[in-house]
Design a protein around this ligand. Structure first.
Ligand SMILES: Cc1cc2nc3c(=O)[nH]c(=O)nc-3n(C[C@H](O)[C@H](O)[C@H](O)COP(=O)(O)OP(=O)(O)OC[C@H]3O[C@@H](n4cnc5c(N)ncnc54)[C@H](O)[C@@H]3O)c2cc1C
Length: 479
């Protein structure tokens, strides 16, 4: 049986940020994740925006954590080598009715302590974003709304936590929690038991099932699906900031956002459903997204969509962030209701949860050798010719292009496989480096990546999977 001070359930943005924060202290921390890789569920299929909290409900824990988290990203993304850009956002009023709602949004921003929100005239908006609907009535500029690579964000948090002593158990599902005399004693997984004093429930969509294991489930979580479409870089939309609609009582609406990799992202829908596994993308979803975004930027066309995905927001009833240590079960900390802003708030949640642990009596003793720095895999395509030649001379694998769309070399893929949380599946390589995310969507590079994974992991081709169990790609050799 493994032993630990703290078990964190879930290696999404929230669990990984908590793990990295706790790795600053002299503690034995184990993260248990049922998937084959870190990255989470909602954490890898969202709008990739680091919010300011301008539109959060004032006075809520969510508002406090999102507003507090935003300024933390400058240092964090530098330390952990995470693609991040402070591009800013424009709330775009296309009709007079929408324009009349802008003062209310600005007032909310002030109540949340977001003071750098400014009015823009139609000509100011069009100067900043010439593709916006010329009928525009005006807008609000929110300069610190930012974009991030959500995959690298979680991988980087987890890798840095590992460097600082945290253990990640992947492909390991928590199936029960043992409580004796009102105290957490053990976490039972499908691979064995872990004795622990504290358990942190950061299981996203499944946090209600974890809470049930300690008989503390007075809430339900259901998925709210959001469908997205990614537009081809070659389409040259010239979108420089996040373009937001004016939210209504019912929906935040569909946004248009540049990504840190130079594409344009459009979406999401907001569809309540019961099935926690249904991530299907539909024609109706595409039409709904297009209807929304073409009101803001009329020239956006479905012809330019190169791929699509859907994410499931973990919607809690009753709604809102609920983050606390249980009074009934000593050692249990629930982090639930992290629905639509958890990518942003995760880094602040790490500190918040560490503070809760301190309040319930866990001594947090700082390590003198905590290393806050993590280096990502060097991107050969971004180097100048001299640097490339030097690296290729040292290791010719950096000269063999595997993904033509994104210019990714064999050397980089080998680095991803051998990184602190090694990539073991096609999706894990894709999330770290982007082979398969370009125009051909993996048509050319997939067999090559399978070959490299098979060789580096010393396993047959047939055992290489897209992601979790059952997603093998090659069934058998036929010639
Ligand atoms: C459509 C959409 C758009 C969004 N846009 C944004 C945005 O732009 N900005 C923003 O800040 N936020 C955004 N969000 C919200 C954000 O993505 C989530 O709040 C955040 O990712 C939640 O992170 P998490 O770690 O709590 O959950 P998850 O990422 O879901 O991670 C939970 C993890 O727990 C694991 N797990 C579950 N049960 C078990 C078990 N029994 N044993 C072991 N492991 C288990 C899961 O496998 C998963 O990896 C958006 C969400 C969606 C869906």
């Amino acid at each position: 049986m493994l032993t630990s001070d703290i078990v964190i359930i879930g290696a999404g943005a929230v669990g990984s940020a908590i793990a990295r924060e706790l790795s600053k202290y002299k503690l034995d921390v184990i993260v248990v994740e049922k998937s084959e890789d870190v990255g989470g569920d909602a954490s890898k299929s969202n709008s990739a925006i680091i919010h300011t909290g301008f539109d959060a409900t004032p006075g809520t824990l969510e508002s406090k954590l999102v507003v507090g988290a935003n300024p933390m990203y400058d240092k964090l993304t530098r330390d952990l080598d995470i693609p991040f850009e402070r591009v800013g956002a424009i709330v775009t009023a296309v009709t007079e009715e929408e324009y009349d709602l802008l003062p209310g949004i600005q007032e909310k921003a002030y109540k949340n302590g977001v003071y750098d929100v400014e009015y823009l005239t139609p000509s100011e908006v069009l100067k900043m974003e010439p593709e916006i609907n010329p009928e525009i009535k005006g807008g609000l500029y929110i300069p610190r709304e930012s974009i991030i690579d959500p995959f690298i964000y979680v991988v980087a948090l987890a890798e840095n936590a590992v460097t600082n002593g945290v253990k990640f158990l992947l492909s390991t599902k928590v199936i029960d929690i043992v409580v004796e005399e009102g105290k957490v004693k053990k976490v039972i997984t499908d691979k064995g038991e872990i004795s622990t004093k504290y358990v942190i429930n950061a299981a996203g969509l499944y946090c209600d099932e974890i809470a049930e294991m300690v008989n503390l489930c007075d809430f339900k979580v259901h998925p709210r699906k959001g469908q997205f479409f990614i537009l081809d870089r070659a389409a040259n939309y010239n979108i420089n900031q996040i373009i937001l609609p004016v939210p209504t009582k019912h929906t935040k609406g569909k946004l248009i956002s540049p990504t840190v990799h130079g594409n344009v992202l459009i979406g999401p829908t907001a569809e309540d459903q019961d099935d926690k596994k249904d991530k299907s993308v539909t024609t109706a979803g595409m039409e709904e997204v297009l209807n929304g975004v073409t009101k803001l930027v009329p020239k956006i066309s479905s012809k330019d969509a190169i791929t699509e995905y859907a994410g499931l927001r973990p919607t809690r009833t009753p709604e809102g962030y609920y983050v606390s240590a249980s009074k009934e079960v000593e050692g249990y900390i629930g982090v639930t209701g992290i629905r639509s802003t958890g990518l942003t708030s995760s880094v602040a949640l790490g500190v918040y949860v560490a503070n809760i642990l301190n309040e319930v009596g866990l001594k947090l003793v700082k390590k003198s050798d905590f290393n806050p720095i993590r280096k990502g895999i060097p991107k050969i395509a971004n180097m100048d010719k001299e640097e490339q030649a030097k690296l290729i001379k040292e290791n010719p694998k950096y000269g063999r292009i595997i993904c033509r769309c994104e210019s990714i070399t064999e050397g980089e893929i080998v680095d991803a496989i051998n990184s602190p949380i090694g990539a073991k599946s096609l999706d894990a390589v894709k999330r770290r480096l982007r082979p398969g995310m370009g125009r051909c969507q993996g048509g050319f590079c997939t067999p090559r990546v399978i070959e490299i994974l098979s060789r580096e992991l010393n396993v047959p081709y047939e055992s290489i999977r897209k992601n979790n169990e059952g997603s093998n790609i090659i069934v058998k050799k036929n010639r």
